[in-house]
Design a protein around this ligand. Structure first.
Ligand code: SF4
Ligand code: SF4
Ligand code: SF4
Length: 327
């Protein structure tokens, strides 16, 4: 086979792929799992106290940066004085931080206005069609079919970090400073759900900025808030949608949609804000899930063994050429 013939074969295969409907057809949108749970974070209520960050670290035993108190055992990082650290002001997600509060400032500096500043909480969004799950070659990232919580199995993980690259929110982080590193990300306090408890960040939030619940209830709550009159008062649910506890606060001038309702096929965690989402670090994303597109690509390439056919032709050509060069 001449190089020209191989190139022709490759081009012909490419046309076959295109004819198979590759560019436009993503696999169908996934439904919310029946018992889907998540978080609703309302940036307009957040006071930036970081109680959620400290509580998250404590409950997940994330090394180096919990609010160590007397009686807590073996802090993994010591200060120069040998005393345990008492505060860690994490500025971003990392191998030691799976939940972070950031402050974004712009324009006139007024809180929660179109040109003002806002806090924002970042943790895994627990996507309905999770790109990290789709990208993981060894099923170390798994989405629970009932609750939809995306969890990580360190024993299955081979450290390829495809999940980190695939995630549209850049959530999974690698423990670069550990001898036996793992991926770290919020698992919606899955270990606590088994104990009939719920997300520690929501439980710790004193003002109802982070509330835990069934995703369907959180979506309905978000819609209710968006329909409220700015400047009026509202009894915001505190900690858990079913706790019965409420806190009265002034309604802010919300951006007119909840972030996570439509982005990349929808997420089980939602964000409300008074400041445009892209100004508080939440990227503009398409409605179709990345995972749906990549899965369609894989299925199309392997349908009819088109891609392996191209690969085999390439290998045969290389072998043939190198044999001839040596004759
Ligand atoms: S936010 Fe990222 S890490 Fe979390 S489920 Fe979605 S793709 Fe996975
Ligand atoms: S749900 Fe649990 S792991 Fe996730 S951010 Fe909240 S406290 Fe951290
Ligand atoms: S605990 Fe609540 S108010 Fe405090 S930083 Fe976290 S989300 Fe904001």
């Amino acid at each position: 086979m001449e190089r020209r013939d191989f190139l022709k074969l490759t081009a012909a295969s490419g046309l076959l792929i295109a004819a198979d409907g590759l560019p436009a057809q993503a696999s169908g949108a996934k439904e919310l799992p029946p018992g889907a749970v998540g978080l609703l974070y309302d940036a307009t209520l957040c006071i930036g106290c970081k109680a959620c960050v400290a509580s998250c670290k404590e409950t997940n035993s994330v090394p180096g940066g919990a609010l160590w108190s007397d009686g807590m055992k073996q802090p993994p990082y010591e200060t120069v004085t040998g005393e345990p650290p008492i505060w860690d002001a994490a500025s971003d997600l990392s191998g030691r931080t799976v939940n972070v509060i950031k402050a974004y400032r712009a324009g006139d500096g007024a809180k929660d206005t179109e040109g003002g500043y806002s806090f924002v909480k970042q943790q895994c969004m627990h996507c309905v069609h999770a790109a990290c799950v789709s990208a993981c070659p060894v099923s170390a990232m798994v989405k629970d079919p009932q609750t939809g919580v995306v969890t990580y199995n360190k024993d299955a993980c081979i450290g390829c970090r495809y999940c980190s690259i695939a995630c549209p929110f850049l959530i999974p982080r690698f423990e670069w400073d550990q001898a036996f590193p793992q991926i770290r990300k919020c698992q919606l306090c899955n270990h606590r759900l088994k104990e009939n408890k719920y997300a520690a960040c929501a439980e710790a939030c004193p003002v109802g900025a982070t509330v835990y619940g069934k995703t369907a209830d959180l979506r309905a709550e978000a819609e209710r808030r968006l329909a409220l009159q700015p400047g009026s008062y509202y009894e915001y649910p505190l900690n858990h949608m079913e706790s019965g506890r409420r806190v009265r606060s002034v309604v802010a001038n919300y951006q007119k949609q909840a972030y996570g309702l439509h982005e990349v096929g929808g997420t089980q965690c939602l964000v409300l804000s008074g400041v445009p989402f892209d100004r508080i670090g939440l990227p503009k994303l398409p409605e179709a899930a990345y995972a749906a597109k990549s899965e369609t690509l894989q299925h199309t390439l392997y349908k009819g063994m088109i891609a392996p056919g191209i690969l085999l032709a390439g290998l045969l050509f290389t072998a043939y050429k190198s044999t001839r060069d040596h004759e």
